[in-house]
Write a protein that binds this ligand. Structure first.
Ligand code: TYM
Length: 331
């Protein structure tokens, strides 16, 4: 049985990008594999959240994970900071992670540019922590969106380096879950780039968004004046709207608007109305489950405690073996 591991930072509600990039196949995955799903709260410290907010966000993401169909009896759902073993493996991996390679990571360079006042060591060593997350359970597969591709590549580098250094075939070399197929990048509504919680107001559609909010966001999505000649290539904002439509709507619907576009007869208002309704048809059952589960604090606590216990067992075993391999031997 293969080991699958997936993580999400608790920096806000889950959006369509998270869902279609990393969560979509959970229900099937948990039937066929040993799954570990966790909330990356150590990672979120790079942005210095307020303690009260952090705990609330972790609880919310736990509820949202569960609402997407994750079954805590079948999969192990836990909070990263409940496993101090991860911090130990992170420290060990950092000893063989080099400044040069860490500084070249695109997300680090982007963050350093966007927040020059807070270029902390946690940001630089983010790939080592992510590698520790994955290697702590010796995971084979990692469901991630396109934006995490480079981090996963770093994990492979660290795993190979460790195996080579100690001449042990210890860590499996993890692959993206949809190995072979392209990783997904769900675009945002602002006309450029990916959907993300930190990309600005109105760019992301959250699973918990009310239908009226979704309608408003989608109607405000960036478009343009329309094509001026038949079969014209779509500029990025329009391509993005079509990408979203492809994700939530039936192929006939996409085909219809595509044809309208190619004939210069497209009405973006109609496309957006359809897109909003199809998004709502998808998110609304999940939204209702999120609200139900989020209200049941006792259930969420129970899931987190049970998950921590199961995950810790696996993490402690790996760390014990790593300690032995690197020469930390008991007296
Ligand atoms: P995070 O919290 O930014 O996002 C969680 C997951 O959602 C995917 N995702 C997207 N996929 C497609 N299109 C989008 N617009 C989009 N936005 C987000 C991300 O690729 C990710 O899979 N570093 C990770 C969290 C993490 C992790 C791990 C993941 C920490 N340790 C170990 C996997 C394994 C992150 O910041 O994801």
């Amino acid at each position: 049985m293969e080991i699958v591991l997936s993580g999400i930072r608790p920096t806000g509600n889950l959006h369509l990008g998270n869902y279609f990039g990393a969560i979509k196949n959970f229900v099937k995955m948990q039937e066929e594999n040993q799954c570990f799903f966790f909330i990356a709260d150590y990672h979120s410290l790079t942005t210095h959240p307020k303690p009260g907010d952090l705990h609330g966000n972790v609880k919310q993401v736990l509820a949202e994970y569960l609402a997407t169909g994750l079954d805590p009896e079948k999969a192990t759902l836990y909070v990263q900071s409940d496993l101090p073993e991860i911090a130990e493996l992170y420290l060990i991996l950092n000893m063989n992670a080099y400044m040069g390679e860490l500084e070249r990571v695109t997300t680090f360079k982007e963050k350093a540019r966007k927040q020059p006042e807070n270029v902390n060591a946690g940001l630089l060593t983010y790939p080592s922590l992510m590698a520790a997350d994955i290697l702590i359970h010796k995971a084979h597969k990692v469901p991630v969106g396109k934006d995490q591709e480079q981090h996963l590549e770093m994990t492979r580098t660290f795993a190979r380096r460790f195996n080579r250094m100690y001449q042990e075939d210890f860590f499996p070399i993890p692959q993206a879950y949809n190995f072979g197929a392209d990783l997904v990048k769900v675009p945002g509504l602002d006309g450029s780039g990916k959907m993300g919680k930190s990309e600005g107001e109105g760019n992301a559609i959250f699973l918990v968004d009310d239908p009226s909010v979704i309608r408003k966001k989608v109607m405000r999505a960036v478009s343009d004046a329309g094509p001026s000649e038949p079969n014209q290539q779509k500029p990025e904002p329009i391509e993005n709207l079509f990408s979203l439509l492809k994700i939530v709507s039936a192929p006939e619907v996409v085909g219809f608007f595509d044809q309208q576009y190619n004939q210069c007869a497209i009405r973006y208002g109609d496309l957006k109305k359809q897109l909003a309704e199809d998004v709502i048809a998808f998110t609304d059952p999940i939204r209702k489950r999120i609200l139900e589960i989020a209200a049941d604090e006792a259930y969420i606590s129970k899931v987190a405690r049970l998950g921590a216990e199961k995950a810790r067992e696996s993490a402690a075993k790996t760390v014990k073996e790593v300690r032995e391999i690197i020469g930390f031997r008991p007296f």
